[in-house]
Design a binder for this molecule. Structure first.
Ligand code: ADP
Ligand code: MG
Length: 683
């Protein structure tokens, strides 16, 4: 960066805050919008909201004092008149606006009390016979940060572009000739940063110009290629082959009250084969809520245990981790496979004991939150890492986990589980480093949850329904949601609701779980609910993932209109796990927005997670569907998954071709787009 004129360490530091570290980064820093200073617009042709360059003659200027003191200048050209309004001005400025003086001004046109106006426009008085300076290209306006002015940023981008003229190799078009009908790289950059006049240029972030699409394609391709590289790299690493004897797995299956579904069996076989290889497994298991991913994970852990190797099972929340702990404990401990629990909120003595057991190898399975991978956790022989709900962890964390388990040349195998069905093209483009398995069927006997959408004013009826269901031996969830408020308020609301429901339903035992309770209290309530001692469980959305109580067959979700489809689907997945017909009531507060109505309608119509994800994608876009904010890998500079999803299939094909025909181009593209961030630097 400092090779550019005017860039010293201080400015370079500020640019770095914008993610601009290399000269090439400037070129991929796209403008928010453009200013057209290429032509003078007649006042009569001005449009409200647009910015424009105007040339005219001062008719009069006056200081007016209403609530604030201001200077008003009336400017006219042959077509009409325009007011300039200044709240800050000095005497010299004021004196300059003599009637008959000519000037140019540039600003946003607004509708004022007496006609069109510009507030604090940029302006210059024009000497006799002079005209407003016109620029050859549209002027780009960039996202910027404190201490970096538009003018500086514009100048730097121009320098970077000009340098390309002198050193065309500096930013080689690796895709030249591969994208017929699209602009080349240079052309695309010129069009985006300094478009020629005469075309309508909307904000490039919003506009789907071929130039922007050209860059988006390249960026998505670079991401995809980087994941493929990562995969090749990982496959060159060694892992302990964990074929196992099958002894523990057979005993678990024999002890279960059910047998695995064919879908589970297929995925278990795929995993078993992966684990038996001397290179690290990298597998993503997708399965709708309730499809039985936990069993698949437990079987993998037992295979590792058969080889006297440890497994770490990580979940994103305490509640989910606790649930897994109980399942693993129930299934594995009776087979003589010790399971320990690790969490951030654990008592010191308990934690010490768990750490000790892991370090000396007596514990074979560790279940917990990311506490599993803190500095002080040592594993005697970690061979398998299982991550549940992986989309909540970014690619970095995925890699960090793998590194944590490295022993000499050996990396642990890695299995990730997700209930977020990822549409196929997206998965191929964005999880290209992983093998994927899909559990595409639910255990037998599950009946789809019947879903009703009910106005909150009919709450009484719903309460009666809870009473009747529980009287018939079922259990129910009542989920309180208040999404945009604080967690504290949400917990408060759940407490109030629990109290009110307990009063209205005195014959029922009502339990409460929320995020602010102590883990022990939470666990006690969950256990009581699992054991059937609590019939109605009032909860915040903490129960969203993983809670598994098959006897619960009724779920009420308050303010359902405020939740997204993925969340509603996850919540609803808590019921319909037993053989009893389950019901879900989505309570809403009228009036419903069109979007909320559409979401609730989808919930009523479908139960299939993939279909719901597809509809969600339509309604909201992929970024949100995948929970981008947490997943570092989805932060693109140019690409937008919503707008560019149509490019994804083609990216896969182009990547195949490039890797076969021009592997050096593939490497160069990855360096160009991802190099500076050192995202995958450690692999
Ligand atoms: P998820 O995929 O959402 O994590 P779970 O692993 O929690 O699903 O499984 C949901 C429920 O289904 C659990 O109670 C589990 O014991 C049960 N289950 C898993 N596999 C089967 C099967 N093959 N037949 C019947 N029940 C099963
Ligand atoms: Mg689960």
């Amino acid at each position: 960066m400092e090779s550019l004129r005017g860039v010293g360490p201080a400015l370079a530091g500020r640019l770095a805050r914008l993610g601009l570290q290399r000269v090439a980064d400037l070129l991929f820093h796209l403008p928010l919008r453009y200013e057209d200073r290429t032509r003078v617009v007649p006042i009569a042709a001005l449009r409200v909201g647009a910015t424009a360059l105007v040339e005219g003659e001062v008719i009069r200027a006056e200081v007016r004092v209403t609530r604030r003191r201001m200077l008003l200048v009336c400017v006219a050209d042959r077509s009409g008149a325009l007011w300039l309004r200044f709240f800050h001005f000095n005497a010299r400025q004021q004196a300059g606006f003599r009637a008959g003086v000519r000037l140019w001004c540039f600003g946003e046109v607004r509708r004022g009390p007496t006609g069109l106006e510009m507030v604090h426009p940029e302006y210059r008085l024009l000497p006799e016979g002079a005209a407003a300076p016109r620029e050859a290209r549209l002027r780009a306006i960039y996202p910027t940060t404190e201490g970096v002015s538009q003018r500086v940023l514009q100048g730097l981008v121009h320098q970077a572009l000009d340098r390309l003229d002198r050193q065309p190799e500096a930013l080689r078009d690796w895709l030249a000739g591969r994208l017929p009908g699209w602009p080349g790289l240079r052309e695309a950059l010129e069009q985006l940063h300094r478009p020629p006049p005469g075309r309508r240029w909307a904000a490039p972030a919003a506009a789907d110009s071929p130039a922007r699409r050209r860059l988006a394609f390249e960026e998505l391709l670079a991401h995809h290629l980087s994941l493929r590289q990562l995969r090749v790299h990982v496959h060159r690493q060694e892992a302990l082959p964990l074929a196992g004897t099958g002894r523990l797995r057979a005993r678990l299956l024999a002890a279960l009250p059910f047998s695995p579904t064919p879908a589970q069996q297929r995925v278990m076989d795929e995993i078993a084969a992966d684990l038996a290889r001397p290179r690290p497994m990298l597998r993503l298991v997708q399965g709708d809520v309730g499809s039985g991913k936990t069993l698949v994970a437990a079987m993998a852990a037992l295979q590792a245990a058969e080889c006297e190797v440890q497994t770490a099972v990580m979940a994103p929340t305490e509640l989910l981790a606790e649930q897994h702990f109980r399942s693993f404990q129930r299934w594995c401990a009776p087979l003589g496979v010790p399971v320990v629990w690790l969490s951030g909120r654990q008592r010191a003595a308990e934690r010490r004991a768990a750490l000790e057991a892991l370090a000396c190898g007596t514990a074979r399975i560790a279940v917990g939150t990311h506490a599993l991978f803190q500095e002080d956790v040592r594993y005697a022989r970690l061979g398998l890492v299982i991550v549940d709900e992986q989309h909540r962890f970014g690619v970095h964390q995925r890699l960090a986990l793998r590194d944590k388990g490295a022993r000499g040349a050996h990396r642990p195998h890695q299995l990730t589980l997700t209930a977020t069905p990822i549409p196929r093209t997206l998965a191929m483009a964005l999880y290209a480093d992983l093998d994927t398995s899909i559990i595409d069927a639910l255990p037998p006997g599950r009946r789809p949850v019947k879903t009703a959408v009910i106005d909150d004013r009919r709450r009484e009826e719903v309460i009666e329904r809870v009473r009747a269901a529980c009287r018939a031996g079922a259990q129910a969830y009542w989920v309180c949601t208040l999404i945009e408020e604080s967690e504290a308020l949400q917990c408060q609301a759940a407490e109030d609701t629990a109290r009110a429901l307990a009063e209205r339903l005195p014959e029922l035992r009502v339990g409460l779980v929320h995020g602010r309770m102590k883990p022990r209290e939470k666990e006690a309530v969950m256990q009581a609910f699992e054991a059937g001692a609590v019939q109605l469980l009032v909860a915040t959305t903490v129960i969203e993932v993983g809670v598994d109580v098959p006897n619960a067959s009724l779920m009420i979700i308050e303010n359902a209109e405020r939740l997204g489809l993925a969340q509603l689907h996850q919540l609803r997945g808590r019921v319909g796990r037993g053989t009893r017909q389950s019901h879900c009531v989505l309570l809403y507060r009228a009036p419903l927005s069109a979007a909320a109505r559409a979401r609730l309608q989808v919930m009523r119509e479908t139960h299939d997670g993939f279909e719901i994800a597809r509809r969600d994608l339509e309604l909201r876009g992929p970024g949100e569907v995948l929970g981008t904010r947490q997943t570092g890998m989805l932060q693109f500079r140019v690409a937008d998954l919503m707008r560019d999803q149509g490019l994804l299939p083609r990216i896969q094909r182009e990547a195949d071709r490039l890797l076969a025909e021009a592997p050096e181009a593939a490497r160069a593209l990855v360096r160009r787009w991802l190099g500076a961030r050192e995202r995958y630097a450690h692999v």
